[in-house]
Design a protein around this ligand. Sequence first.
Ligand SMILES: [Zn+2]
Length: 470
Amino acid sequence: MSYLDRIDAYQEEMLSTLQELIAIPSVKTEAGGPGEPFGPDLARALNYVLTWGEKNGFATKNISGYAGHLEYGTGDETVGVLVHLDVVPAGDGWKYPPFSGQRAEARIYGRGAIDDKGPAIAAMYAIKALKEEGVKLNKKIRLIFGCDEESGWQCMEHYFKHEPKPEYGFTPDANFPLINCEKGQLGLVIEGELQSAQTGCRIESLTGGSRRNVVPEWAEAVITFPDQQSLEAFVASIPEERANEVQLSAGPKEQQLSIRVKGVSAHASLPQEGDNAVTKLVEIIATLNGTGGCWPAVRFIHECFGRETDGRGLGINYHDQISGDLTINLGVFKIEQQKVKMEVDIRYPLCTSGEELQQKIEQKLATYNLKITNSSALAPHYLAEDNWLIKTLLQAYREETGDQSAPLAIGGRTYAVTLGNAVAFGPVFPGRPEIAHQKDEYISIQDLMACTRIYAKALYELAKADTESV
Ligand SMILES: [Zn+2]
């Protein structure tokens, strides 16, 4: 028997273990008693998997309910696998109760099935198969269970205050084949004091969006016109194709117009999948080209953002083979009482840096009387394709699936960065729908078993190898 044959034989036991884990509604809540920093249900989920570990002969440790681990093997180095037990709230409209773990259509349904309880079960049984088979390893394998992935990663912050980081690792919490490039991030707050002219069209207010990392779905402006004629001319100038996205109403005062524009929301790491309501509104009102208050800020948005999401208007449309395009999202925009404030979210490729981008943007801003008042940056997380860890993980995936797809680059951040020398590796196979956080979340039994085999192979190769000689 090989460790892979053992995995096939575990199938029914795996499914019932997954069902029991899904049945614990481990949504983060207020702290409970000692050892329950994220509430009693998360503590229960952590105890459930650690008890499973003890029963199966693993060394286990609970780090005050923030996280825990089970461990197999001995050695100076450790291969870490990081999964999480917390889930997002279920929401409504499920065809099977979200915490039932219902088996139907060759799938297990339930909140957490794919994110991230199914993958946790896959990793648990992958390690169990290696242990039962008695394979010889030169490194320890440690399976870490985090309890706060969905909101803040406090679990890992606490865990690594008490435990060393593994030398190598992966996180089954995203996509196959694996994600070896997570773009850099730059968040900017841009502000300006504006002197208003006394004549011409005047923007009284303009607001849109509420979070930097979300493409605004709505934007609204109130404009005062110098006379009724110019107001009517403006209304007539709005392109017909915009008719069902634009709502006009009389403003609170004479010769005022309120304009509300609808866009499409999306995550800031994929702004091209949304339709930014602020830049759309600005495109409409930019035709006024007025001389009154707030126009420099409007011109800035019109000229430096336009409707693009790759930063070309700002001269920062960087791109490279590995990471793809830079993306930019104007997530929050506010003109109130002739003051401007905006928040911008940039995801940048490996070929540039946060400092370089900030410098270029500052130069542009100067001509519009605007400046950066706050910034925050996260460097890219990247492991080259010829890195031993990446090669080993890819090989395990390719042997199991025959799929030769290249590693992925994304604008988001995965849990893997908390591990250090690690990447996100599965569980979602190419072409599968993204069902994490949705109603009717599920994992197909076939995919669950394939994940388990891939993780077992990868762990075996990582832990058996003598790293010095490769
Ligand atoms: Zn997750």
